[in-house]
Design a protein around this ligand. Structure first.
Ligand SMILES: C[S@@+](CC[C@H](N)C(=O)[O-])C[C@H]1O[C@@H](n2cnc3c(N)ncnc32)[C@H](O)[C@@H]1O
Length: 258
C-alpha cells in the first residue's frame, strides 16, 4: 500500500467529485477565527486549498486570500468556485518562499500532509507579528454505531481504518490534540486554543459512497479493490445515512519577536 506521501497527492484524480461530495465549512468557523484574532483580518494565506471550500469562507467575507495548493487539478477546480479576488499559487507548503507576510495563515484538512521538519518556522515566516495561525478539520464518521460497525466489517478485507492517524501520536483521549500539541511546544507561537464546531449531514447511501471515493485511504487502493470495497459497503448501508464531521479548530498567535 502506498505510504502517506502517495495519499497526500491522491486528491487531484477526483477533484470534481471532491468538490461535489465533501461538505463545506460553516460561517461559525469564520466567526471563531476572527473573534480569536481580535483585530480585522485583511490578508490570509491558505495551505493546501484543494477545491477552495475554505477559501470561499474567508474570501466571501472580504479577506484577501492567497490560495496555495500543489495539485494542479485541485487548483483548476478551485478557480471555478472562488471569487476573482483570490490569488492562486501552485505550490506545496514546503515550496512557499514568502515575499510578504499575512494576518492569517490557515490550513483546512491539509496540515497533516505537510512535512513536519521545519513546519513551524515556515508558518511563522508567513505571518505578521501577532498574526493568527488556524488549522481545522476532523474525521467523517457514520453517526449510527451499528451502521459504522457494518461498514468496518465490509471494508476489513481491504482496509483497516480509513482515518488519518495523529501525526505526532497524541492519544485520542488527550485534551489537546495535534497540531495544538506541536504549537504549544513551538517557540514561535503563543495562546494556543482548541475548540470543536459541530458539522452534521444526512445523505443517500450512494452519495455517502461517492464521498468515500474522495478519501485518501480508498483513493490509493488499486482500482479493482476500490470497486469491490465500495460495492460491499453499499450493500450494508441503509437508504440514508447520518454523518458527523465535527471540526476541531486549532488557533495560535505568532509571537512578536523574530
Ligand atoms: C483533504 S484535501 C483538503 C482540501 C481543502 N483544504 C478542503 O478543506 O477541502 C488536502 C489537500 O492538501 C494538499 N496537499 C498535499 N500535500 C501538501 C503539501 N505538502 N502542501 C500543501 N498542500 C498539500 C492536497 O493536494 C489536497 O488538495
Amino acid at each position: 500500500m502506498p505510504g502517506m506521501a502517495g495519499r497526500a497527492l491522491s486528491f487531484g484524480a477526483v477533484a470534481e467529485v471532491y468538490e461535489r461530495f465533501r461538505p463545506g465549512y460553516p460561517a461559525e468557523l469564520f466567526d471563531t477565527v476572527t473573534a480569536y484574532a481580535g483585530r480585522p483580518v485583511r490578508t490570509a494565506l491558505e495551505i493546501g486549498a484543494g477545491t477552495g471550500k475554505a477559501t470561499r469562507l474567508f474570501a466571501r467575507r472580504g479577506v484577501a486570500v492567497t490560495a496555495t495548493e500543489p495539485d494542479e487539478a485541485m487548483l483548476a477546480e478551485l478557480r471555478r468556485h472562488v471569487p476573482a479576488s483570490v490569488r492562486t499559487v501552485r505550490a506545496a507548503f514546503e515550496e512557499l518562499r514568502p515575499a510578504v507576510r499575512y494576518g492569517l495563515v490557515y490550513a483546512a484538512a491539509a496540515l497533516h500532509w505537510t512535512e513536519p521538519e521545519g513546519r513551524w518556522p515556515r508558518v511563522a515566516a508567513l505571518l505578521e507579528a501577532g498574526g493568527v495561525f488556524a488549522s481545522f478539520g476532523g474525521p467523517f464518521r457514520l453517526a449510527d454505531p451499528a451502521v459504522a460497525q457494518a461498514v468496518r466489517a465490509a471494508r476489513a478485507p481491504f482496509l483497516g481504518s480509513d482515518e488519518i492517524p495523529s501525526p505526532d501520536g497524541t492519544p485520542p483521549e488527550h485534551d489537546m490534540q495535534w497540531p495544538g500539541t506541536e504549537l504549544q511546544r513551538s517557540e514561535w507561537f503563543t495562546d494556543v486554543r482548541q475548540s470543536v464546531l459541530a458539522r452534521r449531514s444526512t445523505m443517500s447511501a450512494a452519495d455517502y459512497v461517492s464521498h468515500l471515493s474522495t478519501v485518501s485511504a480508498y483513493l490509493v487502493l488499486p482500482a479493482p479493490e476500490r470497486e469491490q470495497v465500495f460495492h460491499r459497503i453499499l450493500r450494508v448501508l441503509p437508504d440514508r445515512v447520518d454523518m458527523t464531521a465535527d471540526l476541531t479548530v486549532h488557533l495560535a498567535r505568532r509571537r512578536a519577536a523574530d
